[in-house]
Design a protein around this ligand. Structure first.
Ligand SMILES: Cc1cc2nc3c(=O)[nH]c(=O)nc-3n(C[C@H](O)[C@H](O)[C@H](O)COP(=O)(O)O)c2cc1C
Length: 233
């Protein structure tokens, strides 16, 4: 006779519980050797270390086309519209994720076109918004931008506030994401840049050699710290 103890579950090990969580890291840069791509790898590694199963979505490497298409244009009369196979495959990856971390260069105080197009085509009507019970509820999202501007001046504060409104409030909150934040890695190019009161940009010499390596290591550490703070690691 089969032991009646068979249904008593053994307590799950902490690692098993952690492994069930998935993180989608969305890297958006046209160059594989960019600092952005590097920071994406750092973020993915830190998430793996924390026990997440990581889905690294490199939009450039996967050939994602950010241009809107008729197939992926919302139909306001049909929230059950079947979007393109490509968009639906991306939707499945978003749905599978507990945590979503887009890593991108800040372009014009906003997203680069590649990432903007991913939001436009994938975070679509009927999927990401337009339902009384948001499908993305329960998820967490950390937007991690890299910016050329140095931290600490009024312009940097204004940029961060702008990104926060558009990305956290305008996209994450609007789509029912439970918890979201925007963090910026300033001074990403390792070159002193100053925008004066008239809006003119002046920049100094780019860092090289060990100085550059140290600068990039500081960037890595900052990215990890933002992640740790957001996820409570
Ligand atoms: C088209 C374009 C627009 C940019 N706009 C901004 C901006 O609004 N604010 C800022 O601080 N940096 C801006 N930058 C600088 C980038 O944020 C910076 O070069 C990038 O984050 C460096 O990372 P990467 O080496 O991975 O490209 C811009 C760069 C480009 C090419």
């Amino acid at each position: 006779m089969r032991s009646r103890l068979y249904w008593i579950q053994t307590p799950q090990r902490q690692e098993d519980i952690m492994a069930e969580r998935t993180a989608l890291v969305v890297v958006s840069h046209h160059r594989p050797d960019s600092l952005t791509a590097h920071v994406g790898d750092v973020v993915a590694a830190r998430l793996k270390e924390a026990g997440y199963a990581v889905d690294l979505l490199d939009l450039r490497a996967e050939g994602f086309d950010p241009r809107m298409t008729t197939a992926d244009q919302p139909d306001w009369d049909d929230r059950e519209k079947i979007y393109s196979a490509e968009a639906r495959a991306h939707m499945a990856r978003v749905l599978a994720a507990d945590v979503i971390v887009p890593v991108f260069p800040v372009y014009w105080n906003s997203l680069p076109a590649l990432l903007k197009g991913w939001i436009d085509r994938v975070w679509n009507y009927g999927f990401a918004y337009g339902r009384s019970k948001p499908r993305l509820a329960g998820k967490r999202m950390l937007w991690l931008g890299l910016a050329g501007a140095p931290d600490g001046d009024d312009f940097a504060a204004w940029m961060k506030e702008t990104l926060d409104r558009v990305l956290r409030a305008g996209i994450s909150f609007y789509t029912g994401i439970t918890e979201a934040a925007v963090e910026v890695l300033f001074d990403a190019e390792g070159e002193p840049q100053i925008v004066d009161d008239e809006g003119n940009l002046t920049k100094g010499e780019a860092l090289t050699g060990p100085e550059r390596t140290a600068h990039y290591e500081r960037m890595d550490r900052q990215a990890e710290e933002h992640l740790e703070k957001f996820l409570g690691l």
